[in-house]
Ligand binder design. Structure first.
Ligand code: AP5
Length: 263
């Protein structure tokens, strides 16, 4: 069977299958379903439509692997909150559902990747988002990371269902924990479980702006998915499941990839 038929392409991440997915709780502990084993992830990218659950999975995987989550949306929102020059520029674009220019994004990500905590791996959430950004990242990995291969997880879900995730998303302004009023509610309505702050809605989570973000996704990011399908280690996962099951599928997918590539 060719690699393209499996949806898996490229090379191994590296040695060592050491940890197990214990935090998956009841799912991982089912006696007839042994927890998948994981090793060092290397660079990993989560790609998918706005609201499909990239940030939620990036948090789970970062915790599991002990590597940083690098969310360009979070970095931009922090700049907006701090009133930096970049934040002022980005705020206008984000509120309309557009994309911040590629050069600003690549410089921002280069600065973040320079930090030493990315040495054994990192989870990219929301970057690259255009083919141009992906080409920049390819160059970066080739030169700065000795040709490390990116594991690309494409998260798939019916767009009709995604809109509910976006409309009901609520975020803690203090600790940034993400909830969903319908699917992942806090214990007390409208209050963060961790610090009791009043939860907020993101300014780009209105129906109208979501529609624009979706259009931009189709125009700019779907070609990116095709680019990675052709050029990288590539896995598709069904995102329309409870978060722990999606995490399990991602880890199992990467494991399958490692096993296949080490043969
Ligand atoms: P960004 O913050 O990256 O937004 P996005 O890609 O649109 O993705 P979201 O954060 O909306 O959703 P998500 O997929 O992370 O879903 P989440 O886990 O939160 O970017 C924002 C803006 O910044 C962009 O529009 C652009 O302007 C700019 N930008 C960022 N990066 C850029 C770049 N590289 N280039 C140019 N511009 C850039 O989940 C969504 C909801 O669903 C939550 O409520 C969550 O609790 C819930 N949920 C998650 N998983 C599940 C599940 N399995 N079951 C039920 N509910 C779930």
């Amino acid at each position: 069977m060719g690699m393209s038929q499996t949806g898996i392409q490229g090379q191994n991440f590296g040695p060592g299958l050491t940890k197990s997915v214990e935090f998956l709780g009841s799912v991982a502990k089912r006696p007839n379903k042994p927890a998948p084993e994981i090793g060092e992830p290397g660079p990993v990218l989560l790609v998918g439509a706005p609201g499909v659950g990239k940030g939620t999975q990036a948090d789970n995987l970062a915790k599991l692997w002990g590597v940083p989550k690098i969310s360009t949306g979070d970095i931009l929102r922090a700049n907006v909150a701090n009133g930096t020059a970049l934040g002022v520029q980005a705020d206008r674009i984000m509120k309309l559902g557009g994309l911040v220019p590629d050069q600003i994004m690549t410089e921002m990500v280069a600065d973040r990747l320079d930090l030493s905590d990315t040495a054994t791996g990192f989870i990219l959430d929301g970057f690259p988002r255009t083919v141009r950004q992906a080409q920049w990242l390819d160059g970066y990995l080739s030169i700065q990371r000795r040709g490390a291969h990116l594991g690309v997880i494409s998260m798939c879900m019916d767009l009709e269902q995604i809109v509910k995730r976006v409309i009901y998303r609520r975020v803690c302004p203090l600790c940034k924990t993400v909830y969903n009023a319908q699917y992942i509610p806090p214990k007390q309505v409208g209050r963060c479980d961790k610090d009791g702050s009043e939860l907020e809605q993101r300014s780009d989570d209105s129906l109208e702006v979501f529609q624009t973000r979706l259009d931009v996704f189709k125009q700019e990011t779907e070609p990116l998915i095709q680019y990675y399908r052709d050029h990288s280690l590539f896995i598709e996962v069904d995102a329309d499941k409870p978060p722990t099951l999606v995490t399990r599928d991602i880890v199992a997918g990467l494991m399958g990839l490692r096993t296949l590539m080490s043969r």
